[in-house]
Write a protein that binds this ligand. Structure first.
Ligand SMILES: [Zn+2]
Length: 238
């Protein structure tokens, strides 16, 4: 293998590590944001659960007031029973009282149902509060962990970069500038191994002639399709 190709391969390996380290570093804010988002989500759910409970309580209190009002009405009408003159009036009044009492019974049923609902909603509020606590703890742990990870990645980026500088000087400038350009436009992969007679990155097959030239190893070959610098895989001489 040409020494400059050997250096180029080393550079590509180094850049793959650098690429991965940068990707990890760039992903840190997103991971932090996801943790914050989980806390916000839990808080929104808690607010909603509290609102639902409050609404159920208000509705029940309204029903309770209605029951009180209907009770007062019924008492008033029952008193009037003593004063009515005719049987017809008496029956009409009795009928009215029955109507009020039946309505009151409906409200009372509603109140009982509301108590059951409030119990369920109270449990939901407690569960939501617990979730907020869990997510907040997760965020706190996560932030510490991500800060440590960030420092580690920065450290490793620094040393990878230093090593890269040392490898870089072994690659001829013209080849290096081609390599750097390819790295930018080809997702961080500028060098591809020839595998099974094809470019290992874009899988375009090499002509028998190009393959032969590559095997001879006298000059640097580029892939016709993606432009990447081709090297013959050391393991498979295909
Ligand atoms: Zn290719």
């Amino acid at each position: 293998m040409l020494p400059e190709i050997e250096a180029l391969l080393a550079l590509q390996r180094q850049d793959t590590l650098l690429f991965e380290a940068r990707r990890r570093r760039d992903d840190l804010p997103r991971r932090k944001e996801a943790l914050r988002e989980a806390v916000n989500q839990a808080k929104t759910e808690l607010d909603q659960a509290k609102k639902d409970l409050e609404q159920a309580r208000l509705a029940r209190r309204t029903s309770e007031k209605d029951v009180e009002g209907l009770t007062t009405d019924a008492i008033k009408l029952e008193r009037q029973l003593h004063d009515v003159k005719t049987n017809k009036e008496y029956q009409a009044l009795l009928h009215e009282i029955e109507g009020i009492k039946s309505k009151r019974s409906d409200y009372e049923t509603r109140i009982l149902e509301s108590f059951e609902r409030e119990e369920t909603l109270t449990a939901a509020v407690k569960a939501a509060e617990k979730r907020v606590t869990v997510e907040e703890a997760r965020l706190k742990d996560g932030e510490e962990k991500l800060a440590r990870e960030g420092a580690e990645v920065d450290q490793s980026l620094h040393s990878l970069q230093q090593d890269r500088e040392a490898i870089k000087v072994r690659v001829p400038p013209a080849l290096l500038s081609r390599y750097d350009r390819l790295l930018g436009v080809r997702d961080g992969v500028a060098v591809a191994e020839i595998k099974k007679g094809a470019c290992g990155a874009c899988f375009k097959g090499l002509t028998p002639h190009a393959l032969q030239e590559a095997r001879r190893g006298g000059e640097i070959k580029m892939c016709d399709a993606c432009g990447r610098i081709l090297v013959l895989a050391e393991t498979s001489m295909t």
